[in-house]
Design a protein around this ligand. Structure first.
Ligand SMILES: Nc1ncnc2c1ncn2[C@@H]1O[C@H](COP(=O)(O)OP(=O)(O)OP(=O)(O)O)[C@@H](O)[C@H]1O
Length: 360
């Protein structure tokens, strides 16, 4: 439905977008995720028409948007700051774009009522924005964006002004709202947790380029490169060298840990001598005083270096030798103690041979 084709944007010397290509499907909740300055807002503004690419094209249903000014594009943007008019009631705020479009009064009233139902605030029509909570204001801003029935809703960090509890509640509401109304969402955030929770697919951006586009679980479990592994969630990144690459497995010498053999999650065309890294999520690691041997697993012995008590879980940083440390995470399901092991304790750790994901 939305196609970004070879889009580049330069600000002076700085290349903010570099040959960006992506496709968003109709009805999809699609997220642009990346650290500050990676270009996600520039891309969103280019879709909205507030910025113009130097090269490339942006198509909606096969037609280029580039020659259209923002107000002529069938697209609406919701910003982090709600941008509601404080002197107007909620109903007047929502009606504003319809009045601009000179719709008749009964049609305006009908649509305002309908969209207030969509965002589940039908009784707030006569209130002023300052009488609403942050979450309610953002829902009204979304209602105002939806009232014109855009083909595409662009959302630029719309929840970042809300506190953590309210944010989670609004995330659930956004998922349900998008499902109910079926409009395509393109969402911008630097918060990886939010992206994983909300999106059908995520484009991870790094320095103006798309690093990987995938579904949340795929991005988390099978990162395509070190940047994605590191940016999404906690991750152990164990450097190594390819010893031998076969059609069905690869042998890798992990720095300070020795040789391992992997038969899944292997990048294509690895060659002997090439540097690589095993990416391994902390919750995939088993940790105990003693672990029974299991042929499917890789076993190591180490010493607890630090512990971090997080309430629900405790993170154990275990030194496996020669300065190689891994982070393992254990749920604190038993009541009472904050940690099972203390710094200095000798422990055994193990992970399934295919639990990690090899990247270049
Ligand atoms: N109008 C502009 N003039 C010059 N440089 C700009 C302009 N707009 C953005 N940039 C630069 O382009 C890069 C990408 O900016 P952009 O706002 O797209 O990043 P972002 O990923 O949205 O970051 P953030 O999350 O901080 O908003 C940044 O380095 C920024 O400084």
């Amino acid at each position: 439905m939305l196609e970004i084709i070879d889009v580049s944007r330069r600000y002076g010397e700085y290349l903010a977008l570099r040959d960006v290509n992506l496709r968003v499907h109709a009805g999809e909740f699609f997220t642009l995720l990346g650290p500050s300055g990676c270009g996600k807002t520039t891309l969103l503004r280019s879709i909205a028409g507030f910025d113009h690419p130097d090269s490339g094209d942006i198509l909606l249903d096969g037609k280029s948007l580039l020659h259209l000014p923002p107000e002529k594009r069938p697209v609406h943007t919701v910003f982090q700051s709600y941008a509601l008019f404080p002197h107007m009631t909620v109903a007047d705020n929502i009606a504003f774009p319809l009045r601009m479009a000179k719709l008749d009064k009964t049609e305006i009233a009908r649509r305002v009522e309908e969209v207030l139902e969509d965002v589940r605030l039908p009784d707030k029509a006569r209130h002023y924005p300052q009488a609403l909570s942050g979450g309610q204001r953002q829902r009204i801003a979304i209602a105002r964006a939806l009232v014109n029935r855009p083909r595409l809703l662009l959302l630029d960090e719309p929840l970042s002004a809300l506190d953590a509890k309210l944010r989670e509640q609004m995330q659930i509401e956004l998922i349900n709202l998008q499902k109910d109304i079926g409009i395509t969402f393109v969402y911008v955030t630097h918060d990886q947790g939010e992206a994983l929770a909300l999106s059908h697919r995520i484009a991870v951006m790094n320095q103006g380029e798309i690093s990987q586009i995938d579904e949340p679980a795929q991005l988390y479990n099978c990162p395509g490169n070190r940047f994605v592994a590191d940016f999404i969630g906690q991750c152990n990144i164990l450097d190594g060298t390819v010893i031998e690459s076969h059609s069905d497995r690869v042998d890798v010498e992990l720095d300070g840990l020795g040789r391992i053999s992997l038969s899944a999650h292997i990048p294509a065309n690895l060659h002997s001598g090439e540097r690589c890294a095993l990416t391994l999520r902390p919750e995939k690691i088993r940790l105990a005083k003693q672990l029974e041997a299991n042929d499917a697993e890789l076993h190591f012995r180490g010493q607890v270096h630090d512990t971090l008590y997080m309430g629900d879980v405790t993170i154990y940083i275990v030194e496996l030798g020669e300065g190689v440390k891994v982070e393992a995470l254990l749920a604190n399901s038993a009541p009472g103690r904050a940690r099972l092991f203390d710094p200095g304790d000798t422990v055994e750790i193990a992970w399934h041979a295919d639990a990690g994901h090899l990247v270049r």
